[in-house]
Design a protein around this ligand. Structure first.
Ligand code: CA
Length: 408
């Protein structure tokens, strides 16, 4: 390979997360992959003889939706062509100099036009924590929870790429004693989630079988589903989350192919009771991806990791989410975003939200600066990073999703 990468890079040449960005001086954003701390401009490769006709068309668009629609065989072929380019066998300096940019020279964008955004609630530990706090340990899980992957339709228009400020939302909030007031949320929270971008969709009326579902996944990204708990508490009955969630959802700019994660799969948790047949999987596989949530307050010099969790804990797999989402004939489309729901684990410190980590405000989180946090305060920056360790020992990264809270 002609690029010099540090031995410990999380972005080796066979990882190739997809992204979209505008290199310095470019008029339009274009499809990219990341290698080390470089971005490879796929539009340049498409215009210099790489890729077949369909991929060439997809890779010269200003969103990734066309590429997403092509499906796993086409994505594998594009990855193979990128590998050929990176191997240096073509030895074309002119192409290299135009196609490879230091990341610092690229402005990254939201990778797809997101037509629909669905948020699930797939972590048993998260659902149990929240249920225990609000209904008691005996009734922690709702009666439906072990039978179906609970989800709701979120709002696609307010999904943004990492780096966007998080303006503290205004909302209708009901104090314990007295009528509701209109005020800035005082209980601004994070939700650490794994997102999936839909690849090829399914036609309206044609469900996707669980065992076929991963063929409809373009790749995974990180999601922070910012939440206003005080607004949520008052508004969510009986139809679920609304304005407490739709003011902002942030995704990481890089989308990791399932092909790159083949060595980072794990058994998914055993399900008891067994789900209905349409949710049954011949081989239940999850992903072994560690996610770290870090906070940096205005007085801190560096972020402090306060949450460590893992997608391996998710009770409902991505395949089951897709089978459930489509079993009534609902159609998914290329570029749709599916999020796992907050990912919590069984151990202290693996809670994927401040609501759980600080247990409804009863155990404030202590930070290295001596400060404590129950909820996010203005000036706080929250970052999610993630990595997977493949069976060959190679660690691969997901980039980051970061946002700083600004006042209402
Ligand atoms: Ca959520």
């Amino acid at each position: 390979m002609f690029l010099d990468l540090p031995a410990d890079t999380l972005y080796p040449a066979d990882h190739l997360p997809w992204g979209l960005g505008k290199p310095r001086g470019a008029v339009r954003q274009r499809p990219l992959v990341r290698v080390g701390d470089f971005a490879v401009d796929l539009a340049v490769l498409a215009s210099t003889g790489y890729f077949d006709v369909a991929a060439k068309h997809a890779l010269t668009q200003d969103v990734l939706n066309d590429l997403m629609e092509l499906g796993p065989l086409a994505w594998d072929a594009v990855r193979a062509e990128i590998a050929r380019f990176l191997s240096g066998s073509d030895d074309r300096d002119d192409v290299r100099s135009r196609a490879v940019h230091p990341l610092a020279d690229v402005s990254l964008c939201l990778p797809a036009h997101i037509g629909d955004y669905t948020d699930f609630y797939s972590s048993r530990e998260h659902a149990t924590n929240v249920g225990t706090m609000f209904r008691g340990a005996d009734n922690a899980l709702m009666p439906n929870w072990l039978h179906l992957p609970v989800g709701y339709h979120g709002r696609a228009s307010s999904v943004v790429v990492s780096g966007h400020d998080v303006r503290r939302p205004m909302g209708q909030i009901k104090p314990p004693d007295g009528p509701p007031v209109f005020a800035p949320s005082k209980e601004l929270d994070v939700e650490i989630e794994m997102g999936a971008f839909v690849g090829p969709g399914n036609a309206l009326g044609h469900p996707v079988a669980a065992d076929e579902a991963e063929r409809h996944v373009f790749g995974l990204c990180l999601v922070n589903d910012w939440s206003a708990r005080d607004v949520q508490r008052w508004e969510y009955v009986p139809l679920g989350p609304f304005l407490a969630k739709n003011f902002l959802t942030t995704v990481s700019p890089w989308i990791v192919s399932l092909a790159s994660l083949e060595g980072a799969r794990c058994e998914a948790p055993v399900q008891d009771p067994a789900p209905l047949p349409y949710l049954a999987e011949a081989h239940r596989r999850g992903f072994d991806i560690e996610l770290i949530g870090s906070i940096q307050t205005a007085t801190m010099d560096a972020p402090a990791a306060i949450i460590r969790t893992n997608t391996r804990f998710l009770y409902w797999t991505l395949a089951q989410q897709i089978a459930h989402h489509t079993m009534n004939g609902c159609n998914l489309r290329p570029g749709d975003l599916l999020a796992s729901g907050t990912i919590s684990g069984p151990d202290p410190g693996s809670e994927g939200s401040l609501l759980e980590l600080a247990w409804k405000g009863t155990r404030p989180v202590e930070l290295p600066s001596g400060e404590t946090r129950i909820w996010l305060e203005d000036g706080d920056t929250f970052t999610i990073t993630a990595s997977a360790t493949r069976s060959d020992g190679q660690k691969v990264g997901f980039g980051e999703v970061v946002g700083t809270v600004v006042s209402a």
